[in-house]
Design a protein around this ligand. Structure first.
Ligand SMILES: Cc1cc2nc3c(=O)[nH]c(=O)nc-3n(C[C@H](O)[C@H](O)[C@H](O)COP(=O)(O)OP(=O)(O)OC[C@H]3O[C@@H](n4cnc5c(N)ncnc54)[C@H](O)[C@@H]3O)c2cc1C
Length: 419
């Protein structure tokens, strides 16, 4: 077995080991993919495209539908009540993969036995020959007292729905007759975390047409985004950050630099560096970590307890076990920079993972993964976005339209409208 030579750039001194792990017996070639988000669905799709038989591909997810997680900040789409079905998910039994014959198993993966090559869910023990870990990430609360219990989040479908319902209730609550103030006070929403998720959520809540979404007269809303210990939109190009800051301020969002949360109790948030606040709603957008299942495996872990992978996206020291997307930790073999935890990176990893799975099965060439950023776009409310493509920063409705077209294209692929 040989590795493809790099297609561009040179390997840095910090390159992870290029040596292929020991030989591996693929037996029947049954591929079990754990997690049907961007990484898992795209890997299955790429295996099919490469002619791998659908009957040998199995996909497991705890949810009945795949989640378009990049859109969970649009909580207005779930406003109104539990019966509202937001367009953030699509049932696995209707995705193009299952129509093509990929077998979907619904169930939470409770245990993975790497030695026995077996995965356990509440209803079955599923054997595998090759495994794909694409379980995504979950919110990280860093042990901050009361934070998990007293906050909302938009990292999961359940979290986004819960936030939408609480917000709907607050916005439509009749005024308190004992409140003597002439002006109805706004619903105060405090968002901790000034990364892309916190910023997109803040701008959406500040600008969503709540009156028409809820079909009622609604209270005004006041949104504050705290950058937390990291700078506002840390890691993104400076010009994009400046422009996004201006746009979200225009959307009515107050951006506060700092605000390191040290404890949360019902209705009150305290900080290391700011006076306490008492918002109506507190949303935690402060960080993510890999699910406990990853840490339960005998594998090397990287930052945020993600599984460390080789440049071939194989879990270090475990031939035939692949990890990609948010639950994998990897330094780009060409420039040593961490591959980001984004849908974009997951979708770029999937074809390489599929090719390397087939390399394990067929003894063909392996491919090294190299992340090529295609740009970043931050939604800033009212259908607008601020985007950086290469060195260019653009904003407004055009950027917003491009962002939503990228999402629509992905929806179409999942549904099978696009090949
Ligand atoms: C609000 C928001 C906005 C974002 N915007 C962008 C953006 O604009 N661009 C971008 O590139 N990225 C964006 N991201 C990041 C992006 O959503 C993630 O990087 C992406 O979802 C990672 O894909 P994944 O397949 O690794 O994980 P996921 O999409 O999270 O999929 C993981 C899957 O695993 C399943 N699962 C987890 N545990 C188990 C278990 N034990 N058993 C069975 N199934 C399990 C889950 O149900 C889920 O279906 C955003 C994220 C958020 C929250």
């Amino acid at each position: 077995m040989t590795a493809d030579p790099p297609s561009s750039g040179t390997l840095s001194a910090a390159t992870p080991s290029q040596e292929l792990p020991p030989t591996f017996d693929p037996r029947e070639g049954r591929v079990l993919i754990l997690g049907g988000g961007y990484a898992g669905v795209a890997t299955a799709r790429c295996l099919l495209r490469r002619g791998y038989p659908a009957s040998k591909i199995h996909l497991v997810d705890k949810e009945p539908a795949t989640t378009f997680r990049t859109e969970l900040y649009k909580v207005g789409e779930a406003a109104g009540g539990p019966e509202v079905v937001p367009p953030w998910t699509f049932p696995f039994d209707r995705v193009a993969l299952t129509s093509a014959g990929v077998r979907f198993h619904q169930g939470e993966v409770l245990r993975v036995d790497l030695a026995a090559r077996e995965v356990e869910t509440p209803s079955e023990k599923a054997p595998y020959d090759l495994l794909v870990l694409s379980l995504g990430c979950i919110p990280a609360y860093y042990g901050i007292p009361g934070c998990q219990e007293n906050s909302e989040e938009v990292y999961t479908v359940a979290g986004a729905r819960h936030l939408a319902q609480r917000l709907s209730k607050l916005l439509t609550a009749p005024p308190d007759p004992s409140d003597a103030r002439a002006v109805i006070p706004p619903v105060s929403v405090l968002i901790a975390g000034g990364g892309a998720t916190g910023v997109e959520l803040g701008a959406h809540i500040a600008t969503a047409p709540w009156g028409s979404l809820l079909g009622a007269s609604t209270r005004p809303v006041k949104v504050t985004v705290l950058s937390g210990p990291a700078p506002f939109l840390a890691g993104l190009p400076e010009r994009l950050v400046e422009r996004a800051r201006r746009e979200v301020a225009r959307a009515g969002v107050e951006v506060v630099d700092g605000g390191q949360v040290i404890s949360v109790s019902p209705g009150k948030v305290t900080f290391k560096d700011l006076p306490p606040r008492e918002p109506d709603l507190f949303v935690w957008c402060g960080g993510l970590r890999a699910p406990d299942l990853i840490a339960s495996l005998p594998v090397a872990l990287g930052p945020a307890r993600r599984a460390r992978v080789t440049p071939f996206l194989e879990v270090e020291g475990h031939p035939g076990v692949f990890a990609l997307g948010d639950c994998a930790a990897m330094l780009d073999p060409y420039d040593g920079s961490p591959v980001p935890s984004t849908a974009q990176a997951a979708l770029e990893q999937a074809p390489v993972a599929a090719r390397n799975i087939l390399a394990r099965i067929r003894g063909t060439k392996f491919q090294i993964f190299h992340y090529e950023p295609r740009g970043v776009a931050i939604a800033v409310g009212r259908g607008k976005a601020v985007a950086a493509v290469g060195k260019r920063v653009v904003g407004g409705r055009l950027a917003g339209t491009i962002k939503s077209l990228v999402a629509k294209e992905y929806h179409a692929e999942v549904r099978g409208v696009l090949a």
